[in-house]
Ligand binder design. Sequence first.
Ligand code: DCP
Ligand code: MG
Length: 507
Amino acid sequence: MCLTGNEFNMKHQDKVYIHVDCDCFYAQCEELRDGNLSNVPLGITQKYLIVTCNYKARARGVTKLMSILDAQAKCPEIVLVDGSDLTPYKAISDRIMDILHVYGNVKRLGCDEMFLDVTEEVSRRLMCEASGAYVGHLWVPGSSVRQDSIHRVMDLRAMNDEPHERCHDMGKEFVEKATTQQLYVGSHVARDIRRVVMSATKIRMSAGIATSQIMAKLISGLHKPNDQTILLPEFAKDFLADLPVRAIPGIGAVLQSKLAAHGIVKVSDLWSWSQERLCDTFGEKQGSFLYYASQGMDHPYSLMTSAGAGGFTEPKTISLEDSMRTCSGFVESKALLQKLAPDLVYRMYTHFQKYGTCAKTLTVTYRMKEAGMHERHACSIAMPGRIDASSMVESALVALKKKLREPFHLNLLNIAAKNFQHAAADSIHLDMSHDGPIKSKRELRIARESETICDAPNDNDDASFWRDLNDVDGNNLAKSTKIKKRAPSRQVTSNQRKKITSFFQKK
Ligand code: DCP
Ligand code: MG
């Protein structure tokens, strides 16, 4: 079924979506743990990179994904905290999710960003209150947008603060349009959400309010930190025109270069392509995604579903991976699998608790050191009957040995649980008793069928829940840098462990 852009727009422009994204998320979490960190430029590190930094550090020229050495050159007083244990960030992220459910269907997009469909909340409010004015910033054509850092083209910021008065020049007719009114009320909902999250978790966030998810996401960071932006659908194409295609969520490096080969660099370059031509050239899935995205509209398949807990459908795959400079031979591969497996067992346990299903297949994916960034190979094996970290490692090695002969050199290894099937609690043996502390250090990918369009280009780093950092080029290794070790979140871990152990003991 192919809706034309206009038909689709007509059908969906009465929706109100809010995209929220926490400001310098890991840095805020660390500031909550140690209040003194709020007063200094703060960088959160993983390996040799600053994965994020607070806005004091940003004011000094430090950016996300800068190497530690570059950040120290820009800001010698920067305080560095090791952020490789993700457990506390995940706990805060989960608390935020719980709060958001009150306002509508929620879809989690990353550890610190979520979409909400607040259409119903807006309709409810419109029945009892006049919308009045909007809260935040209204993007109007002519306002410029810049990229926040050379590392992340999708981090867009407003060039100058848009004076509110300028927006008041808009005609009365325009302001009284139903969609404008809905979005104005949407901006009140966004303000309330941000206030509630702030008072419950002390986390500041920014938000975008629009009639499509894609536009809500694109504008949500324009006035970071701690502010929000509204975009009327009439201005979507003005906003998109000069953006590099890579800024569109869902367009990664691979698709970007395919598009460049056809002379498509800016979003407006896509406008001369019909949906049919895009589908013929880039395939049905990517072609129609590109067509909708270039119009500022959500692809029908990427729309939030109302089904499932909080709009979530069951993940089809849970995988964990690590990338490294070199991992040679089976002994080193085993050591790496031993780091990944405990987390996967833990994730499978939480999955089982939530959905009552257990994975039947274990897939190992690897990337050869000499191969290109996106060239991965996979091998699968039946999930071991008794699922614990060591049997998972052994099975993964059996699978790898079918494919690889020594000597070999990898620079990425991923283990995935797939093929989830319903299982009675007494029929599965998920044993976490000797896994060592749970450290969610690795990138976790949760793939859901309903989000396939986001995954479509396959190289969209935004689609992964916890990101993989090693693929970012960084030749400067911070060998001699002192980094504060965060007190490990052992308490959470041991509580989780106790809960899990007793759960399985009861069975
Ligand atoms: N993150 C990461 N690796 C990346 C990008 C981000 O580990 N390649 C982590 C650190 C961030 C968190 O994810 O704190 C959220 O990512 P954002 O891009 O939203 O960055 P921040 O929230 O830190 O900053 P901003 O205020 O720009 O949203
Ligand atoms: Mg953020």
